[in-house]
Design a protein around this ligand. Structure first.
Ligand code: TYD
Ligand code: MG
Length: 459
Protein backbone atom coordinates (compact mmCIF):
# COMPACT_ATOMS: atom_id res chain seq x y z
CA UNK A 1 0.00 0.00 0.00
CA UNK A 2 1.36 3.40 -0.95
CA UNK A 3 2.08 5.55 2.08
CA UNK A 4 0.19 8.78 2.03
CA UNK A 5 2.27 11.92 2.44
CA UNK A 6 0.80 13.83 5.32
CA UNK A 7 0.04 17.43 4.71
CA UNK A 8 -1.11 20.27 6.89
CA UNK A 9 -2.30 23.79 6.23
CA UNK A 10 -0.27 26.80 7.34
CA UNK A 11 -1.19 30.45 7.54
CA UNK A 12 1.45 32.28 5.52
CA UNK A 13 1.10 35.38 7.56
CA UNK A 14 1.57 34.07 11.10
CA UNK A 15 2.38 30.39 10.70
CA UNK A 16 -0.83 29.06 12.34
CA UNK A 17 -1.08 25.35 11.70
CA UNK A 18 -4.30 23.53 11.00
CA UNK A 19 -5.31 20.11 9.71
CA UNK A 20 -7.97 21.59 7.43
CA UNK A 21 -8.21 24.62 5.19
CA UNK A 22 -9.80 27.73 6.61
CA UNK A 23 -10.84 30.97 4.97
CA UNK A 24 -9.81 33.18 7.86
CA UNK A 25 -6.85 32.51 10.12
CA UNK A 26 -7.92 32.24 13.77
CA UNK A 27 -4.43 33.40 14.79
CA UNK A 28 -3.97 36.66 12.92
CA UNK A 29 -7.45 37.16 11.38
CA UNK A 30 -6.04 37.47 7.86
CA UNK A 31 -8.17 36.11 5.03
CA UNK A 32 -7.10 33.57 2.44
CA UNK A 33 -3.65 32.92 3.80
CA UNK A 34 -3.82 29.14 4.23
CA UNK A 35 -1.74 26.91 1.99
CA UNK A 36 -1.26 23.19 2.02
CA UNK A 37 2.22 21.88 2.64
CA UNK A 38 3.56 18.36 2.93
CA UNK A 39 5.13 17.64 6.29
CA UNK A 40 7.22 14.66 5.31
CA UNK A 41 10.76 15.03 6.59
CA UNK A 42 13.72 12.93 5.58
CA UNK A 43 14.78 10.69 8.43
CA UNK A 44 17.13 12.73 10.52
CA UNK A 45 20.45 11.33 11.56
CA UNK A 46 20.36 9.76 14.96
CA UNK A 47 20.91 12.44 17.56
CA UNK A 48 23.03 10.29 19.76
CA UNK A 49 25.41 9.61 16.87
CA UNK A 50 26.08 13.27 16.33
CA UNK A 51 26.63 14.07 20.00
CA UNK A 52 30.18 14.72 20.99
CA UNK A 53 31.23 15.25 17.37
CA UNK A 54 30.80 18.99 17.62
CA UNK A 55 27.58 18.93 15.59
CA UNK A 56 25.39 18.86 18.64
CA UNK A 57 26.46 19.86 22.12
CA UNK A 58 26.58 17.27 24.87
CA UNK A 59 23.29 16.77 26.67
CA UNK A 60 23.20 19.61 29.15
CA UNK A 61 22.64 18.97 32.82
CA UNK A 62 20.53 21.20 35.08
CA UNK A 63 22.41 23.93 36.94
CA UNK A 64 21.68 26.14 39.91
CA UNK A 65 21.98 29.91 39.59
CA UNK A 66 25.27 29.95 41.48
CA UNK A 67 26.79 27.57 38.96
CA UNK A 68 25.94 29.73 35.98
CA UNK A 69 28.87 31.87 34.95
CA UNK A 70 28.00 35.25 33.49
CA UNK A 71 30.19 36.36 30.67
CA UNK A 72 29.70 39.87 29.48
CA UNK A 73 27.92 39.79 26.16
CA UNK A 74 30.29 41.02 23.55
CA UNK A 75 28.91 43.64 21.17
CA UNK A 76 30.21 44.78 17.83
CA UNK A 77 29.92 48.40 16.84
CA UNK A 78 28.12 48.67 13.48
CA UNK A 79 29.22 52.31 13.10
CA UNK A 80 25.62 53.20 12.37
CA UNK A 81 24.42 54.93 15.53
CA UNK A 82 20.73 54.52 14.77
CA UNK A 83 21.15 50.78 14.21
CA UNK A 84 23.27 50.35 17.35
CA UNK A 85 20.52 52.02 19.35
CA UNK A 86 17.82 49.74 17.91
CA UNK A 87 19.95 46.69 18.63
CA UNK A 88 20.33 47.83 22.24
CA UNK A 89 23.90 49.15 22.00
CA UNK A 90 25.51 47.20 19.17
CA UNK A 91 25.39 43.81 17.53
CA UNK A 92 25.59 41.00 20.09
CA UNK A 93 28.02 38.22 19.27
CA UNK A 94 26.22 35.00 18.40
CA UNK A 95 22.79 36.57 18.05
CA UNK A 96 20.23 35.88 15.35
CA UNK A 97 18.53 38.98 13.98
CA UNK A 98 15.58 39.12 11.64
CA UNK A 99 15.26 42.22 9.47
CA UNK A 100 11.78 42.38 7.94
CA UNK A 101 10.14 44.83 5.60
CA UNK A 102 8.48 45.34 2.26
CA UNK A 103 10.51 44.52 -0.84
CA UNK A 104 12.58 47.47 -2.01
CA UNK A 105 12.53 49.31 1.31
CA UNK A 106 16.28 49.06 1.89
CA UNK A 107 17.02 45.86 3.81
CA UNK A 108 19.83 44.72 1.52
CA UNK A 109 21.22 48.24 1.42
CA UNK A 110 21.54 48.66 5.18
CA UNK A 111 22.94 45.18 5.68
CA UNK A 112 25.56 45.76 3.01
CA UNK A 113 26.48 48.99 4.79
CA UNK A 114 26.71 47.14 8.10
CA UNK A 115 28.79 44.42 6.46
CA UNK A 116 31.12 47.07 5.07
CA UNK A 117 31.50 48.81 8.43
CA UNK A 118 32.12 45.62 10.37
CA UNK A 119 34.66 44.36 7.85
CA UNK A 120 36.38 47.74 8.13
CA UNK A 121 36.77 46.90 11.82
CA UNK A 122 38.65 43.75 10.79
CA UNK A 123 35.70 41.45 11.41
CA UNK A 124 35.20 38.65 8.90
CA UNK A 125 31.82 39.03 7.27
CA UNK A 126 30.10 36.67 4.85
CA UNK A 127 27.22 38.03 2.79
CA UNK A 128 25.12 35.24 1.32
CA UNK A 129 22.59 36.26 -1.27
CA UNK A 130 19.92 34.09 -2.81
CA UNK A 131 18.37 36.97 -4.66
CA UNK A 132 21.07 38.87 -6.47
CA UNK A 133 24.06 37.84 -8.53
CA UNK A 134 27.56 38.80 -7.45
CA UNK A 135 27.63 41.42 -10.23
CA UNK A 136 24.42 43.01 -8.95
CA UNK A 137 25.84 43.13 -5.44
CA UNK A 138 29.00 44.74 -6.75
CA UNK A 139 26.99 47.40 -8.58
CA UNK A 140 25.17 48.23 -5.36
CA UNK A 141 28.38 48.18 -3.35
CA UNK A 142 29.99 50.60 -5.78
CA UNK A 143 27.26 53.12 -5.00
CA UNK A 144 27.80 52.72 -1.27
CA UNK A 145 31.56 53.26 -1.12
CA UNK A 146 34.71 51.33 -0.42
CA UNK A 147 34.71 47.82 0.98
CA UNK A 148 37.66 45.93 2.43
CA UNK A 149 38.77 42.39 1.75
CA UNK A 150 37.37 40.98 4.97
CA UNK A 151 33.95 41.05 3.41
CA UNK A 152 33.19 38.02 1.27
CA UNK A 153 30.18 37.38 -0.93
CA UNK A 154 28.51 34.20 -2.00
CA UNK A 155 25.41 33.33 -4.00
CA UNK A 156 23.85 30.25 -2.47
CA UNK A 157 20.42 29.00 -1.51
CA UNK A 158 21.15 25.51 -0.25
CA UNK A 159 21.46 25.55 3.52
CA UNK A 160 23.66 22.49 3.82
CA UNK A 161 26.19 24.20 1.54
CA UNK A 162 25.89 27.35 3.61
CA UNK A 163 26.41 25.44 6.84
CA UNK A 164 29.44 23.73 5.40
CA UNK A 165 30.96 26.96 4.09
CA UNK A 166 30.33 28.81 7.34
CA UNK A 167 31.92 26.10 9.44
CA UNK A 168 34.94 26.11 7.13
CA UNK A 169 35.36 29.90 6.78
CA UNK A 170 34.26 30.75 10.35
CA UNK A 171 33.23 34.37 9.78
CA UNK A 172 32.13 36.49 12.74
CA UNK A 173 29.06 37.88 11.02
CA UNK A 174 26.85 36.28 8.37
CA UNK A 175 24.11 37.96 6.36
CA UNK A 176 21.40 35.84 4.73
CA UNK A 177 19.46 37.68 2.01
CA UNK A 178 16.69 36.45 2.08
CA UNK A 179 15.28 33.59 4.15
CA UNK A 180 12.50 33.05 1.61
CA UNK A 181 14.99 31.98 -1.04
CA UNK A 182 16.79 29.45 1.16
CA UNK A 183 15.98 25.77 1.17
CA UNK A 184 16.79 22.79 3.25
CA UNK A 185 16.94 19.46 1.47
CA UNK A 186 15.34 17.62 4.35
CA UNK A 187 12.07 19.48 3.88
CA UNK A 188 10.02 18.60 0.84
CA UNK A 189 8.05 21.81 0.41
CA UNK A 190 9.15 24.67 -1.85
CA UNK A 191 11.43 27.57 -0.77
CA UNK A 192 9.39 30.34 0.79
CA UNK A 193 6.82 27.98 2.29
CA UNK A 194 6.15 28.10 6.00
CA UNK A 195 7.83 24.80 6.84
CA UNK A 196 10.84 25.57 4.67
CA UNK A 197 11.31 29.04 6.17
CA UNK A 198 11.00 27.68 9.69
CA UNK A 199 13.31 24.78 9.12
CA UNK A 200 15.91 27.02 7.46
CA UNK A 201 15.78 29.41 10.39
CA UNK A 202 16.32 26.61 12.86
CA UNK A 203 19.44 25.57 10.96
CA UNK A 204 20.69 29.18 11.09
CA UNK A 205 19.85 29.33 14.79
CA UNK A 206 21.98 26.28 15.38
CA UNK A 207 24.86 27.79 13.39
CA UNK A 208 24.62 31.08 15.31
CA UNK A 209 24.57 29.49 18.74
CA UNK A 210 27.03 26.65 18.21
CA UNK A 211 29.68 28.71 16.42
CA UNK A 212 29.00 32.05 18.13
CA UNK A 213 28.35 33.83 14.85
CA UNK A 214 26.00 36.80 14.58
CA UNK A 215 23.55 36.22 11.76
CA UNK A 216 21.26 38.74 10.09
CA UNK A 217 18.31 37.21 8.26
CA UNK A 218 16.35 39.24 5.71
CA UNK A 219 12.63 38.46 5.54
CA UNK A 220 10.30 40.05 3.01
CA UNK A 221 6.83 41.05 4.03
CA UNK A 222 4.53 40.30 1.13
CA UNK A 223 0.91 41.24 0.90
CA UNK A 224 0.08 38.78 -1.89
CA UNK A 225 0.73 35.76 0.30
CA UNK A 226 3.08 34.12 -2.21
CA UNK A 227 5.70 33.41 0.41
CA UNK A 228 5.64 33.00 4.15
CA UNK A 229 6.12 36.27 5.94
CA UNK A 230 8.73 36.99 8.60
CA UNK A 231 6.14 36.76 11.37
CA UNK A 232 6.26 32.97 11.22
CA UNK A 233 9.80 33.02 12.56
CA UNK A 234 9.65 35.90 15.02
CA UNK A 235 9.59 33.53 17.99
CA UNK A 236 12.76 31.72 16.91
CA UNK A 237 15.15 34.64 16.65
CA UNK A 238 16.73 36.90 19.30
CA UNK A 239 15.87 40.21 17.73
CA UNK A 240 13.21 41.28 15.25
CA UNK A 241 13.65 44.54 13.39
CA UNK A 242 11.13 45.91 10.92
CA UNK A 243 11.70 48.54 8.30
CA UNK A 244 8.76 50.87 7.94
CA UNK A 245 8.08 53.90 5.87
CA UNK A 246 6.49 54.97 2.70
CA UNK A 247 8.41 53.63 -0.27
CA UNK A 248 7.81 56.91 -2.03
CA UNK A 249 9.05 59.07 0.82
CA UNK A 250 12.77 59.08 1.44
CA UNK A 251 12.88 58.30 5.14
CA UNK A 252 12.84 54.83 6.65
CA UNK A 253 12.18 53.76 10.22
CA UNK A 254 13.80 50.70 11.69
CA UNK A 255 11.81 49.45 14.64
CA UNK A 256 12.72 46.74 17.13
CA UNK A 257 9.59 44.72 17.90
CA UNK A 258 11.45 42.06 19.84
CA UNK A 259 14.89 42.24 21.40
CA UNK A 260 16.42 39.81 23.85
CA UNK A 261 19.38 42.17 24.30
CA UNK A 262 17.75 45.56 24.60
CA UNK A 263 14.51 47.46 24.86
CA UNK A 264 11.83 46.94 22.26
CA UNK A 265 9.99 49.62 20.38
CA UNK A 266 13.22 51.52 20.00
CA UNK A 267 13.41 53.15 16.60
CA UNK A 268 16.13 54.30 14.26
CA UNK A 269 15.43 56.85 11.56
CA UNK A 270 17.19 56.84 8.20
CA UNK A 271 16.94 58.66 4.95
CA UNK A 272 17.47 56.89 1.63
CA UNK A 273 19.91 58.88 -0.42
CA UNK A 274 21.83 58.10 -3.58
CA UNK A 275 24.70 56.75 -1.45
CA UNK A 276 22.57 54.42 0.64
CA UNK A 277 20.83 54.93 3.97
CA UNK A 278 21.97 57.90 6.00
CA UNK A 279 21.13 58.35 9.69
CA UNK A 280 18.70 61.07 10.71
CA UNK A 281 20.04 62.34 14.03
CA UNK A 282 17.13 64.58 14.90
CA UNK A 283 13.91 62.97 13.70
CA UNK A 284 11.65 65.63 15.25
CA UNK A 285 13.19 68.31 13.08
CA UNK A 286 12.88 66.01 10.10
CA UNK A 287 9.21 65.23 10.76
CA UNK A 288 8.25 68.88 11.24
CA UNK A 289 9.96 70.08 8.09
CA UNK A 290 7.65 72.06 5.79
CA UNK A 291 4.90 72.37 8.42
CA UNK A 292 2.25 74.93 7.49
CA UNK A 293 2.12 77.77 10.03
CA UNK A 294 -1.21 79.23 11.07
CA UNK A 295 -3.30 76.66 9.21
CA UNK A 296 -6.41 75.40 10.93
CA UNK A 297 -6.53 71.73 11.90
CA UNK A 298 -2.83 71.38 12.62
CA UNK A 299 -1.01 70.97 15.92
CA UNK A 300 2.27 69.42 17.02
CA UNK A 301 2.23 66.62 19.54
CA UNK A 302 4.87 64.36 21.01
CA UNK A 303 5.16 60.61 20.99
CA UNK A 304 7.80 58.52 22.74
CA UNK A 305 9.11 55.62 20.70
CA UNK A 306 11.18 53.40 22.92
CA UNK A 307 13.16 55.94 24.90
CA UNK A 308 13.18 58.65 22.32
CA UNK A 309 10.71 61.52 22.03
CA UNK A 310 9.55 62.46 18.54
CA UNK A 311 7.54 65.54 17.74
CA UNK A 312 4.97 65.02 15.08
CA UNK A 313 2.34 67.14 13.41
CA UNK A 314 -1.26 65.96 13.60
CA UNK A 315 -3.48 67.26 10.84
CA UNK A 316 -7.26 67.09 10.75
CA UNK A 317 -9.72 68.14 8.12
CA UNK A 318 -13.37 68.36 9.06
CA UNK A 319 -15.72 69.18 6.21
CA UNK A 320 -19.47 69.02 5.69
CA UNK A 321 -20.48 65.65 4.28
CA UNK A 322 -22.14 65.35 0.90
CA UNK A 323 -23.77 62.06 1.72
CA UNK A 324 -25.96 60.93 4.56
CA UNK A 325 -23.18 58.85 6.01
CA UNK A 326 -20.11 60.82 7.17
CA UNK A 327 -16.70 59.55 6.17
CA UNK A 328 -13.93 59.03 8.69
CA UNK A 329 -10.34 58.33 7.80
CA UNK A 330 -7.14 57.99 9.80
CA UNK A 331 -3.67 57.88 8.26
CA UNK A 332 -0.79 56.84 10.46
CA UNK A 333 -2.88 56.38 13.57
CA UNK A 334 -5.57 54.04 14.83
CA UNK A 335 -8.85 54.50 12.99
CA UNK A 336 -10.96 53.20 15.88
CA UNK A 337 -9.22 55.54 18.29
CA UNK A 338 -10.09 58.52 16.09
CA UNK A 339 -13.73 57.41 16.01
CA UNK A 340 -13.74 57.09 19.77
CA UNK A 341 -12.23 60.54 20.25
CA UNK A 342 -14.84 62.04 17.92
CA UNK A 343 -17.57 60.41 19.98
CA UNK A 344 -16.04 61.99 23.10
CA UNK A 345 -16.00 65.42 21.43
CA UNK A 346 -19.60 64.98 20.37
CA UNK A 347 -20.92 63.86 23.73
CA UNK A 348 -18.73 65.73 26.24
CA UNK A 349 -18.09 68.96 24.38
CA UNK A 350 -21.32 69.14 22.43
CA UNK A 351 -19.64 69.47 19.06
CA UNK A 352 -22.06 67.99 16.57
CA UNK A 353 -19.77 66.36 14.09
CA UNK A 354 -22.39 63.93 12.82
CA UNK A 355 -22.80 65.82 9.57
CA UNK A 356 -19.12 66.21 8.92
CA UNK A 357 -16.50 64.08 7.25
CA UNK A 358 -13.28 63.89 9.22
CA UNK A 359 -9.79 63.01 8.03
CA UNK A 360 -6.87 62.69 10.43
CA UNK A 361 -3.30 62.40 9.25
CA UNK A 362 0.08 62.16 10.92
CA UNK A 363 2.34 64.25 8.72
CA UNK A 364 5.47 62.54 7.50
CA UNK A 365 3.85 59.13 7.11
CA UNK A 366 4.89 57.74 10.49
CA UNK A 367 2.65 55.17 12.13
CA UNK A 368 2.01 55.82 15.82
CA UNK A 369 -0.70 54.36 18.01
CA UNK A 370 0.35 55.86 21.33
CA UNK A 371 -2.50 57.25 23.46
CA UNK A 372 -0.49 60.41 24.22
CA UNK A 373 -1.48 61.61 20.77
CA UNK A 374 -5.16 61.79 21.82
CA UNK A 375 -5.13 65.38 22.98
CA UNK A 376 -3.36 66.50 19.82
CA UNK A 377 -5.89 64.68 17.65
CA UNK A 378 -8.82 66.23 19.57
CA UNK A 379 -7.39 69.74 19.31
CA UNK A 380 -6.65 69.34 15.60
CA UNK A 381 -10.23 68.18 15.01
CA UNK A 382 -11.67 71.06 17.02
CA UNK A 383 -9.41 73.54 15.26
CA UNK A 384 -10.50 72.35 11.84
CA UNK A 385 -14.17 72.15 12.87
CA UNK A 386 -14.11 75.77 14.01
CA UNK A 387 -11.75 76.83 11.27
CA UNK A 388 -9.54 78.47 13.83
CA UNK A 389 -5.80 77.97 13.71
CA UNK A 390 -3.64 77.10 16.72
CA UNK A 391 -0.43 79.07 17.34
CA UNK A 392 2.43 77.28 15.67
CA UNK A 393 4.59 77.41 18.81
CA UNK A 394 2.12 75.35 20.86
CA UNK A 395 2.43 71.65 21.47
CA UNK A 396 -0.03 69.38 23.29
CA UNK A 397 0.00 65.81 24.52
CA UNK A 398 -2.04 63.64 26.86
CA UNK A 399 -4.35 60.67 26.84
CA UNK A 400 -8.07 61.43 26.57
CA UNK A 401 -10.52 59.31 28.53
CA UNK A 402 -14.14 58.59 27.74
CA UNK A 403 -15.45 61.37 29.98
CA UNK A 404 -13.29 63.87 28.15
CA UNK A 405 -10.66 64.05 30.88
CA UNK A 406 -6.97 64.45 30.03
CA UNK A 407 -4.93 61.72 31.67
CA UNK A 408 -1.22 61.52 32.42
CA UNK A 409 1.21 59.78 30.13
CA UNK A 410 4.62 58.28 30.80
CA UNK A 411 7.97 59.97 30.18
CA UNK A 412 6.40 63.42 30.09
CA UNK A 413 9.67 65.13 31.03
CA UNK A 414 11.34 63.77 27.89
CA UNK A 415 8.50 65.15 25.82
CA UNK A 416 8.62 68.68 27.20
CA UNK A 417 12.39 68.78 26.96
CA UNK A 418 12.20 67.82 23.30
CA UNK A 419 9.61 70.55 22.71
CA UNK A 420 11.85 73.11 24.40
CA UNK A 421 14.83 71.96 22.37
CA UNK A 422 12.96 72.55 19.14
CA UNK A 423 11.93 76.06 20.09
CA UNK A 424 8.30 75.62 21.14
CA UNK A 425 7.00 78.20 23.60
CA UNK A 426 3.84 76.71 25.08
CA UNK A 427 3.00 73.19 26.05
CA UNK A 428 -0.45 71.88 26.97
CA UNK A 429 0.03 68.93 29.31
CA UNK A 430 -2.19 66.78 31.56
CA UNK A 431 -2.90 68.84 34.69
CA UNK A 432 -1.79 66.08 37.05
CA UNK A 433 1.74 66.25 35.64
CA UNK A 434 2.13 70.01 35.99
CA UNK A 435 3.94 70.20 39.36
CA UNK A 436 6.45 67.55 38.32
CA UNK A 437 7.13 69.07 34.91
CA UNK A 438 7.58 72.64 36.16
CA UNK A 439 10.92 71.62 37.64
CA UNK A 440 12.21 69.76 34.62
CA UNK A 441 11.50 72.48 32.09
CA UNK A 442 11.68 76.05 33.35
CA UNK A 443 12.06 77.64 29.90
CA UNK A 444 8.69 76.51 28.55
CA UNK A 445 5.27 77.88 29.41
CA UNK A 446 3.39 74.86 30.70
CA UNK A 447 -0.38 74.83 30.78
CA UNK A 448 -2.21 72.07 32.60
CA UNK A 449 -5.47 70.82 31.14
CA UNK A 450 -7.76 68.62 33.20
CA UNK A 451 -10.13 67.96 30.33
CA UNK A 452 -10.41 68.49 26.58
CA UNK A 453 -12.87 71.31 27.31
CA UNK A 454 -10.12 73.05 29.32
CA UNK A 455 -7.62 72.64 26.52
CA UNK A 456 -10.16 73.86 23.99
CA UNK A 457 -10.43 77.21 25.73
CA UNK A 458 -6.77 77.77 25.04
CA UNK A 459 -7.09 77.67 21.30
P1 TYD B 1 17.04 47.32 -1.31
O1 TYD B 1 18.03 47.42 -0.22
O2 TYD B 1 17.42 46.55 -2.52
O3 TYD B 1 15.65 46.77 -0.78
P2 TYD B 1 15.27 45.36 -0.17
O4 TYD B 1 16.50 44.60 0.02
O5 TYD B 1 14.58 45.72 1.11
O6 TYD B 1 14.31 44.72 -1.11
O7 TYD B 1 16.65 48.80 -1.67
C1 TYD B 1 16.37 49.11 -2.94
C2 TYD B 1 15.86 50.52 -3.05
O8 TYD B 1 16.74 51.49 -2.52
C3 TYD B 1 15.72 50.82 -4.50
O9 TYD B 1 14.45 51.40 -4.71
C4 TYD B 1 16.83 51.77 -4.81
C5 TYD B 1 17.09 52.43 -3.51
N1 TYD B 1 18.49 52.84 -3.29
C6 TYD B 1 18.81 54.17 -3.21
O10 TYD B 1 17.95 55.04 -3.34
N2 TYD B 1 20.12 54.54 -2.98
C7 TYD B 1 21.10 53.63 -2.85
O11 TYD B 1 22.27 53.99 -2.66
C8 TYD B 1 20.75 52.24 -2.95
C9 TYD B 1 21.82 51.18 -2.81
C10 TYD B 1 19.46 51.88 -3.15
MG1 MG C 1 17.05 42.91 -1.13
Amino acid sequence: MATKIKSVFFCQSCGYESSKWMGQCPGCREWNTFVEEPVKKAASASRSASRGTGVLPEISSPKSLSEIVLNNEERYDTHIGELNRVLGGGLVKGSLILVGGDPGIGKSTILLQVAGNLSGDSKDVLYISGEESLQQIKLRANRLGEFGNNLKFMCETNLSNIEETVSRVRPQVVIIDSIQTMYNESVTSAPGSVSQVRESTSVLLRIAKSMDISIFIVGHVTKEGQVAGPRVLEHMVDTVLYFEGDRHASYRILRAVKNRFGSTNEIGVFEMQDKGLVEVRNPSEFMLEGRPLDASGSIVTCSVEGTRPILIEVQALVTRTNFGFPRRQANGTDFNRVNLLMAVLEKRLGLSMGEYDAYVNLAGGMKIAEPSLDLGICLALISSFRNKSIDSDVIAFGEVGLSGEVRSVSMADLRVQEAEKLGFKKCIVPKALLPKLKKSCPGLELIGAASVADAMKLI
